[in-house]
Design a protein around this ligand. Structure first.
Ligand SMILES: Cc1cc2nc3c(=O)[nH]c(=O)nc-3n(C[C@H](O)[C@H](O)[C@H](O)COP(=O)(O)OP(=O)(O)OC[C@H]3O[C@@H](n4cnc5c(N)ncnc54)[C@H](O)[C@@H]3O)c2cc1C
Length: 669
């Protein structure tokens, strides 16, 4: 009978045990777990603290008893493996309750010891109000401390995904939260502009985000930063990363790898033929560039545990590596990445470019659509996708998974442009944001539409000192713009081209990159040679500015609308205030009528314009007064207002003008 010992009983270890039992009915399987709990949902810990998960017991996925009942696996908790004799194929275990030691033998040994949060040796780090979050016991300690001591302020040290999930949880518990991050941005695996989307959300929810800052010491009710500033902190959460647990492996003489993890081959076997390993403690191959990396995430840990058990039982199954696909939700913002970022790709010597698009997650005419951002990173020699990042509230997860699948399948931009993705008006768009990102990347790749991401533009702008043309509508420009840019809305570009210098490079900035592409094509067709579109438009520039800031462009940032947890719990769908036409006698000029929807109207309207949506025009026609009254109608593009003009004229109004789109109206003003 095969004797399998598994060290560690959470993600990788518990999965390995269950898999081993499914493969072998008679193997003797024992899980040795140093802690008090086995198979618990550590990814769920922040949501219990925040109150989204109300029942603590839901986080406990298995107990020693249920493991025995369901799988006939023996689980020994509070049992630490303290040494391994790989020649004798035995381990020495310490019963942490009684202090007694015992020796157990194995045919195969699976190490699934995970890692531990890094706690930097700062003065004051061992104070009672300083916590980290890795286990149920950590969670309980934080939960109880908030209940008992009622801290009002907390500093979260580290802006990675656990830190940010905890920001939301701590806000939900009523604390004032400050995030201190040593790097220039939160979530360093994300491109700066994608991280900027999260920074916007954190800021809107009143969280202070201090980047390029480190905590130097911790006092009783504050932390001191590396610049000497003091930040109130009646509680401190350390969340600066995780270090693999390697002492036992090192003492056993198992080989470590170049990325600082335990070395395993494609079968998850260590340098010893009877010992396998899986999860946060190992280093594995990155599927995008084949280099060794450590990816401490639950998905890879589970799959590696499954594969380690399969091989330990003599069935060959190889692990193909990981893309490090990860996603985080912070309040109402979701952002994630898969594969390589543009920077990592270039650092790895891969010729890479990227584009970014922002598009509605489902058709804009169906209520409730939200913008989703998709960035694709691709190899410029092969057009194969090597990375992807997404941001948005609804639909960012789905697009990220499509990109992860495309990277794993080594798809080219052309393959992705042709993907048939699910579409129905409430659920998607006929050209999915993923398709659109691929079209845009093909346009950059072919030279049809040169574009640079926000991160690339900074250096380019510093070098080229371009003429910057802002083609957005007036409201958007008034909200925020790049200092020194010229405002020429797209529809006025043709008539203003003569004012532009053909010998100078041009940077075109639209709202989201799409109209920027149109403007760029117009300019190129008119003989301008060096024109670049800001990929992702102003949305991307503003997020980049908020995350890390430009050095060579002065990018204005609009005021963020403050958000609150109370407001997001209410179904906020406030309609625009209804407007009325003044009686004819009260006005001497023409009436300006905005025939867009109330939601569009609230985003910005012509001064004193009356909002009568096209659908309501028939019912409200008596409000217009005498038939000779001067009326100007406008909408977003001039299409709906053309209908409105026709309806009014058919009714008998003689002086009706179609003012066109809001951009035209504002520009002519
Ligand atoms: C708060 C939090 C949120 C997270 N959220 C996500 C998420 O949303 N998505 C995601 O992909 N990942 C997430 N993770 C990461 C994910 O949980 C880990 O990647 C995963 O748990 C790693 O599994 P593992 O089995 O390798 O190690 P672990 O889960 O750390 O388990 C290792 C176990 O080994 C035991 N052990 C160590 N040494 C010994 C020894 N000598 N003898 C006996 N036992 C030993 C330890 O006590 C421990 O219980 C999160 C982690 C945390 C803490």
């Amino acid at each position: 009978m095969h004797k399998m010992l598994i060290v560690g009983g959470v993600a990788a270890g518990a999965t390995a045990a269950a898999r081993a039992r499914r493969l072998s009915g008679d193997a003797e399987i024992t899980v040795l777990e140093a802690g008090p709990d086995v198979s618990f949902a550590n990814c769920g810990l922040p949501y219990y603290i925040g109150g989204d998960i109300e029942s603590r017991s839901k986080l406990i996925l298995q107990s020693p008893e249920s493991f025995k009942d369901q799988y006939n696996v023996t689980v020994k908790t509070m049992t630490e493996v303290v040494s391994i004799d790989k020649d004798a194929k035995t381990v020495e275990v310490l019963d942490k309750g009684s202090g007694s030691k015992a020796t157990l033998s194995y045919d195969s040994l699976i190490l699934a010891q995970g890692g531990k949060p890094i706690i930097p040796p700062l003065p004051g780090v061992d104070k009672d109000h300083v916590f980290s979050l890795w286990t149920l016991a950590d969670m309980d300690a934080i939960h109880d401390y908030i209940n008992d001591s009622e801290p009002a302020t907390v500093v979260v040290v580290g802006g990675g995904f656990i830190g940010l999930e905890m920001v939301e949880a701590l806000k939900k518990r009523g604390l004032d939260v400050t995030v201190v991050e040593r790097l220039p941005q939160v979530m360093p695996n994300l491109e700066a502009e994608i991280a900027g989307y999260l920074t916007e959300e954190l800021t809107a929810f009143g969280v202070d985000v201090l980047t390029n800052r480190a905590v130097a010491s911790i006092k009783d009710s504050s932390v001191v930063l590396d610049n000497g500033a003091e930040v109130p902190a009646e509680m401190v959460l350390m969340s600066v990363g995780v270090r693999p647990t390697l002492k036992l492996a090192e003492e056993t003489g198992l080989a470590l790898g170049e990325a600082g993890g335990l070395l395993v081959d494609e079968f998850m076997r260590t340098s010893d033929e009877n010992i396998w390993a899986a999860g946060d403690m190992v280093e594995i191959e990155h599927r995008s560039h084949g280099k060794k990396v450590r990816i401490p995430l639950a998905g890879p840990a589970n799959r590696q545990g499954r594969i380690a058990a399969t091989n330990a039982l003599g069935i060959k199954k190889s692990y193909t590596g990981s893309l490090g696909t990860s996603i985080v939700r912070v309040f109402e913002a979701v952002a994630g990445s898969t594969g390589l970022s543009l920077q990592r790709a270039r650092e790895a010597g891969i010729p890479a470019d990227a584009v970014v698009i922002h598009k509605e997650n489902h058709t804009s005419y169906y209520p409730g659509s939200k913008q989703v951002t998709v960035m694709v990173i691709y190899n410029t020699e092969t057009a194969v996708i090597i990375g992807g990042q997404t941001a948005g509230y609804a639909g960012a997860d789905r697009r990220l998974d499509v990109l992860a699948t495309a990277i794993a399948a080594k798809m080219t931009l052309g393959d992705i442009a042709d993907l048939d993705l699910a579409y129905s008006p409430p659920l998607g768009t006929a050209n999915d944001p993923v398709n659109m990102a691929a079209f845009t990347a093909e346009n950059r790749q072919s030279g049809h539409s040169p574009a640079l991401t926000a991160g690339e533009l900074d250096a380019w702008a510093g070098d080229k000192k371009p003429q910057i043309i802002d083609i957005r509508e007036t409201f958007a420009r008034d909200r925020a713009h790049v200092a020194g840019s010229v405002h020429i809305p797209l529809s006025y570009l043709g008539e203003n081209m003569a004012s532009l210098d053909k010998s100078q490079p041009i940077l075109v900035i639209g709202e989201n990159g799409k109209k920027g592409h149109q403007a760029l094509r117009q300019l190129i067709q008119a003989g301008f040679t060096e024109v670049v579109n800001a990929s992702g438009g102003y949305i991307s520039l503003e997020r980049y500015q908020r995350a890390v800031g430009f050095n060579n462009m002065e990018v204005g940032m609009g005021e963020l609308e403050a958000k609150s947890l109370e407001a997001s719990n209410e179904t906020a769908n406030e309609s625009a205030p209804e407007t009325e036409i003044a009686p004819a006698a009260a006005s001497d000029g023409p009436i300006v009528v905005d025939v867009r929807s109330p939601e569009e109207y609230t985003t910005g309207a012509y001064p004193d314009a009356v909002n009568i949506p096209l659908d309501e025009l028939d019912d409200r026609i008596q409000e217009f007064g005498p038939f000779d009254r001067d009326i100007i109608v406008y909408c977003a593009s001039g299409a709906r207002s053309a209908y409105a003009q026709r309806i009014l004229m058919q009714t008998g109004y003689t002086n009706v003008q179609n003012g066109g789109g809001i951009t035209d109206m504002m520009y002519k003003r």
